[in-house]
Structure formats: C-alpha cells, structure tokens
Design a protein around this ligand. Structure first.
Ligand code: A3P
Length: 409
C-alpha cells in the first residue's frame, strides 16, 4: 500500500513578514471602521433626535419581554385566587383574597425580575412583615404560588421556574422595598391594582413599569377582565357582568419610543401582539372620558364639571385600576381624569408608571392637574404632582385648561 505524506515546509522569514503585515493591516482597518461607525452614530443622533432614542430603546426589548411574561404568569395566580376565593367577597381585611392575590403576584413577578435582572431595584406595594407573623396566611399563599406556572415550560423557565420555598417567597416579597428615586434601574410593581374592582369581579390590573434614572422606559399591564375586543367599552354597572361572560383578558405593553401594543392574555407563551393607538378625536366635545369607580379616589363631581366645560355629553366610563389608561390607549374612551379628592394625597408610582407610558406611546399625553408631566424620580410617590389628566396629545392643553378652570388653579 502506498502512503502519501504531506510535508509542511517551514515558512521563510519573508512569508512571516508578509503574514505579520497583512494581519496588522486587517486589525487597523477594523479599528478604523469601528471608530467611523461610532462617530457617525453620535453625528446622526444630533441630526435625527430619534436616532439615539431608537438605539437606546432597542436595549429594552428583553425587559419588555420579561415584564410581559411575568405579568402574564402573575395573572394566572390572580385569576385562580378570584375563582377559588374571591367570588362573592366584598371585604378587604387582612386575610381577604385580595391580600392573598397581592402577595402571591408580587412574589412571582419579583422572582422573575431577580432571575433576569439581578441588580435592578424594585418598588412594590406590599412588604412581607405581616406575613411572617401570620403563618397560616403565609402557608396559604405559598400553596398557591408554588403551583402557578406557564403551560409552556421553556417560557416558565425563562422566568426562573417555580419559587424554591415558602421562606424564599417571603424574602422575595421584601425585595420590593426600594425607596425609588432619580438614579438607576427601578421597577415599579402593583401586583393587584384596583383591589375593589378585583373583589367585585370588575376591572383590576397587574402593573409593572421599568424606570431608568427616573424616566419610564418599559410598561406592561395585564387586565384579566378586559375584553379582547378593542371596541368593547365597560361601565360600572355592567363591568362585572361583562367581565364574567365575555372577557378573555388583555396584556398591554409599551417601550419608550417603540409604541404600544396589546395581545390576548394566555396561560402559556405570549400571543401575537398588535399595535394600539388612541382614537383620533377632531372635536373634543365628542370625547368619552374614563374615571375611577371609587368616589374616594377621584373627585367625580369635578370630573363631571370638566367634561361639561368641554361640551362632553356622553356619560363617563367608570373602571377600576390602570385599565383606564389601557382603555384610552386602545381607543375605548379618550380622556382619563383623576382629580384629587384629598389635598394631601400623594399618588403612588406603581399606580401610574406603566399606564403613563402606555398612553404616551399610543399618541396621548399624561400630566397632573397643573399640566406638569408625572415625575417618577421623587421616590415611592408622585410627590411633585397632584391628580392625573390623560388625553389625546392635541387636546391636552384644552383639557388641562378646563381642569384648572374648574379647580380654580
Ligand atoms: N385618596 C386617594 N386618592 C387617589 N388614589 C387613591 C386614594 N386612596 C387610594 N388610592 C389608590 O387608588 C388605587 C385604585 O385606583 P382606582 O380607584 O383608579 O382603581 C388604589 O390602588 P390599589 O387598588 O392597588 O390599592 C390606591 O393606591
């Protein structure tokens, strides 16, 4: 048998030199290309103000995905709590279903944030000290939390899978104790917004927003009792009934500079999304306004006076929770008025962060009663603002003008 052997001859000094020079050339060309690319990016961002936002916000796609998936999983828990425990309940004492749902949803969402963004801070509504003292309640919440998972295993694993133990659930709940503020990445979480609506079987929302240096960049809101149909509107008297019969639940989300979307809530992977936007309103008197069901949370008499001043004759649509922001963002209503009842009440950031971004990304504007943008950099509350006024951008000045006139500001 013939063997053929390939002989490698040692390269000559000339070919060494040739290889060295050619590698040097390739490296310097790459460095040159990189620096040109970086320079042209900063030049472009001066010429096109949106360019830098685009580049920056593309980084938030992962945050949006995790927020949506985490909210979707937490909605499974709130729905389970409602159907097992809340139906027919009206009280809101410490052992109420809403307390169970609140703690459970908070634990699930914070554990998903911890898994994916371990260095981020979280401002959440609940803290676990009362749970540590009430062993029965803690055990009951753990029994629910440990069994909640998305049907799609891969999606559930992305969120970190099931929580490890009852003790770790309590520790995770306490991770929501950030003081908030003007710097760093801070999530604002309301595990069940609209607790009264939840108990009634009406509207409630699972809300999560990400602020970076005090500016809201990402928002996700799950509304398990809103109908998927954009055109469907609810009011206080029919909301509960419709929720029980026609609603499938909707998951809303937005990223700063990227627009707002909605998709049906599922128990598995995320469903396909579609862009949403506010309804075009050429004449403000044709607008429909939304307000809270609870008279203790917004001054319904003042809201009505503002509507009258604007020539609005349609009755208000009353919804609990940030479902109001969601409704106007998808054109089921146009204006959201939350005029203060108590002079010294400070709105909580978790009640507004995600909704504020959703409406602005859907073509609206959100301010307080003075016309100032909501300032999420002041800590756990909107200490620099009073009330909320949201409407299509083109009409915001007129609506705020009417608010000032009614409130004599
Ligand atoms: N005096 C007040 N003025 C405005 N908001 C208030 C309030 N007292 C409580 N709230 C907030 O109103 C939220 C509900 O809003 P809405 O009435 O629009 O559904 C409550 O959230 P929770 O339901 O999470 O407790 C609570 O944070």
């Amino acid at each position: 048998m013939k063997h053929t052997t390939a002989h490698r001859t040692d390269p000559s000094p000339r070919s060494y030199l040739f290889r060295f020079v050619s590698r040097l050339l390739i490296c310097s060309t790459l460095i040159l290309a990189l620096s040109v690319a970086l320079k042209s990016r900063s030049r472009l961002s001066l010429l096109l103000p949106h360019f830098s936002t685009k580049v920056e916000t593309m980084a938030y796609q992962q945050e949006r995905f995790i927020a949506e998936l985490a909210v979707q999983r937490a909605c499974l828990l709130t729905q389970k709590v409602f159907f097992e425990k809340a139906k027919g309940t009206v009280s809101k004492d410490d052992k109420s279903p809403v307390t169970i749902g609140d703690f459970g949803a908070q634990a699930l969402i914070i554990s998903a944030i911890r898994k994916n963004f371990p260095n981020d801070e979280i401002v959440a509504e609940e803290e676990a000290s009362s749970l540590r003292e009430d062993k029965d309640l803690s055990a009951e919440i753990w029994r629910l939390v440990k069994d909640i998972k998305l049907d799609d295993e891969e999606s559930d694993n992305i969120l970190g899978g099931p929580l490890a133990s009852e003790q770790s659930m309590l520790d995770i709940i306490d991770n929501g104790n950030s003081a908030g503020g003007a710097s760093g990445r801070i999530w604002a979480l309301d595990p069940i917004d609209g607790t009264k609506g939840f108990l009634r079987g009406g509207q409630y929302a699972v809300c999560l927003g990400l602020m970076v240096d005090g500016d809201v960049k990402v928002g996700a809101i799950g509304t398990p009792n809103l109908p998927v149909d954009d055109a469907a509107s609810l009011d206080a008297s029919t909301g509960a009934q419709q929720a029980a019969t026609t609603a499938n639940g909707v998951l809303f989300s937005a990223v700063l500079g990227e627009g707002a979307t909605s998709r049906p809530l599922t128990s598995s992977t995320l469903a396909a999304s579609k862009p949403i936007s506010m309804r075009p309103v050429s004449n403000i008197s044709d607008a429909v306004f939304c307000e809270g069901v609870e008279a203790a949370h917004s001054a319904q008499g003042d809201n009505a006076a503002v509507a009258q001043l604007l020539g609005i004759t349609a009755p208000s649509v009353r919804l609990d929770s940030q479902a109001k922001y969601c409704s106007i963002a998808r054109g089921a209503g146009d204006i959201y008025l939350r005029l203060p009842v108590k002079k010294d009440y400070q709105e909580k950031i978790w009640d507004h962060a995600a909704g504020d971004l959703l409406v602005r990304e859907a073509g609206g504007q959100v301010t307080d009663i003075y016309g100032n943008r909501l300032d999420f950099s002041k800590g756990r509350t909107l200490a620099a603002n009073k009330g909320v006024v949201a409407s299509p951008k083109a009409h915001q000045d007129a609506v705020v003008g009417a608010v000032k006139s009614v409130l004599k500001l």
